[in-house]
Design a protein around this ligand. Structure first.
Ligand SMILES: NC(=O)c1ccc[n+]([C@@H]2O[C@H](COP(=O)([O-])OP(=O)(O)OC[C@H]3O[C@@H](n4cnc5c(N)ncnc54)[C@H](O)[C@@H]3O)[C@@H](O)[C@H]2O)c1
Ligand SMILES: N[C@H](CO)Cc1c[nH]c[nH+]1
Ligand SMILES: [Zn+2]
Length: 433
């Protein structure tokens, strides 16, 4: 049974607060396990990586070099791909690349009113780690979502890690890596892969930034290595918030809720509706659909443990709740979805109207599906080209422009009691070359 919350009930607020608080990647036990895995890889390098890969992925190897996948293996996976599957991958690739090419920032530069040359430019990081999940499902789509923006940004070393449970990596994942031009692939996953990318080991050179989605252990590991390396966002177990009125087919909405529940027992699917009978109909449709899914066990547990159906007296109450949920994905299965979207301030991605299920965004719409979870959409965004870049500012004064602005700088330096700062400016006015 999934949770049912009614906005009009006296106990709504504590129930809603508990729902918001129930994300697995925020749990202390996960944080403790991850901290010890990170420490082991940092201290012991390759040996710990081999040991943890054997423990968590049941993949035993004697040396880390054996965990690498060559360019030739990736290419042959692509060459041997079923042509219709290859065509689908190419469609996804083309649409994702087109959307991300629009994101390349320009920077700017020129002389300001005082004659000072000012500019801002964007440069890519040298090396990016691309986490592709693979514990419970294979994610060729996540290869594309990670690797394409990295390549568009101009990152030279694009290092993919993917867990290989029992030593197996789905060939479609390798084919996607070839198509998206990944430069290095390692069959490692979980917090130990994040640690190897962040700290480096004897065999794996460290990267500057780690991006990509994963389960609670991966998301927590990224949070903990931040500072040693950059990260994109906390992209943990999937979430969907569906806003639906009674005009919808309950089965369509049930399928949308289950599309994210089937990712992980820790995934979260929530619906808000203004119609109690429709809420009952969706609940029944989910129950009827669940046994027909291949991933019935995962989806059932997710729906029972973390799912919820919320009824509101009218849709005007919806935006405030949606903004507090700050979901990774938000579907507006309503008339005039653009109008409602204007009231949504916090969501990783918004899907407009009854014909835009979230799943279209997972694969082929074009925007990235690596998105912030666990309420972090309140302050962070989905993966994009700028995540692989840094900004550098440039300033250039000549004698005339320097003389115009330096006196204010000298005044402030003296006020801060920083005499050498003041001197480095006054010296240029009193002792010009
Ligand atoms: N937010 C996003 O943008 C987004 C996108 C795609 C997928 N996802 C999410 O990615 C996740 C994929 O999860 P997955 O499990 O299939 O693959 P995964 O690669 O994220 O995790 C598998 C790894 O987790 C580690 N692990 C598992 N149980 C552990 C334990 N008890 N202790 C320590 N480590 C442990 C293992 O090292 C294993 O290799 C799902 O939660 C899915 O919802 C999120
Ligand atoms: N919905 C996931 C992001 O939370 C992405 C994905 C990949 N494949 C299917 N779905
Ligand atoms: Zn999905």
């Amino acid at each position: 049974m999934t949770a049912r919350l009614d906005f009009n009930q006296a106990d709504f607020e504590p129930q809603f607060a508990a729902l918001l608080d129930s994300k697995r990647e925020s749990d202390q036990d996960v944080a403790d396990i991850v901290a010890s895995i990170l420490a082991r890889v940092r201290n012991e390098g390759d040996a710990a990586l081999l040991d943890l890969t054997a423990q968590f992925d049941h993949f035993q190897q004697d040396n880390v070099a054996a965990l690498a996948i060559s360019k030739a293996e990736m290419q042959s996976a692509l060459d041997e791909l079923d042509p219709t599957l290859r065509a689908a991958l190419v469609t996804a690739c083309d649409r994702i690349r087109a959307f991300h090419e629009k994101q390349v920032p320009d920077g700017f530069g020129g002389l300001d009113d005082d004659g000072v040359a000012l500019a801002m430019r964007y440069t890519p990081v040298d090396a990016a780690g691309l986490y592709v999940p693979g514990g419970k499902a294979a994610y060729p789509s996540s290869v594309l979502m990670n690797a394409i923006p990295a390549a568009v940004a101009g990152v030279e070393r694009r290092v993919m890690v993917v867990p290989a449970p029992d030593g197996y990596v789905n060939p479609l994942v390798l084919a996607a890596a070839a198509l998206a031009d990944v430069t290095e692939v390692w069959r490692i996953g979980g917090a130990q892969a994040v640690a190897a990318l962040a700290y480096g080991t004897q065999s794996i050179a460290p990267v500057d930034k780690i991006v990509g989605p994963g389960n609670a252990f991966v998301a927590t590991a990224k949070r903990q290595v931040f500072g040693t390396v950059g990260i994109d966002s906390i992209a943990g177990p999937s979430e969907i918030l569906v806003i639906a009125d009674a005009q919808n087919d309950p089965e369509w909405i049930a399928a949308d809720l289950l599309s994210q529940a089937e990712h992980d027992e820790a995934a979260q699917s929530i619906m808000i509706t203004d119609d109690a009978d429709f809420a009952d109909a969706v609940d029944a449709a989910v129950a009827a659909m669940l046994p027909r899914l291949d991933r019935v066990a995962v989806a059932s547990q997710s729906w029972a443990d973390n799912g919820a159906i919320i009824t509101v007296p009218d849709m005007a109450k919806m935006p405030e709740l949606a903004n507090r949920i700050a979901a990774e994905h938000l579907e507006l299965a309503l008339d005039d979805p653009e109008k409602w979207a204007g009231d949504i301030r916090h969501a990783g991605a918004i899907f407009l109207g009854r014909y835009t299920p979230e799943a279209i965004g997972d694969y082929v719409a074009g925007p990235n599906h690596v998105l912030p979870t666990a309420r972090t959409a309140k302050f962070s965004s989905g993966l994009g080209v700028v995540d692989f870049m840094k900004r550098t500012t440039l300033v250039g004064c000549d004698a005339a422009s320097f003389a115009k602005i330096a006196p204010a700088g000298v005044k402030l330096a003296n006020a801060e009691g920083l005499g050498a700062h003041a001197l480095s400016m006054t010296i240029r006015m009193t002792k010009p070359v």
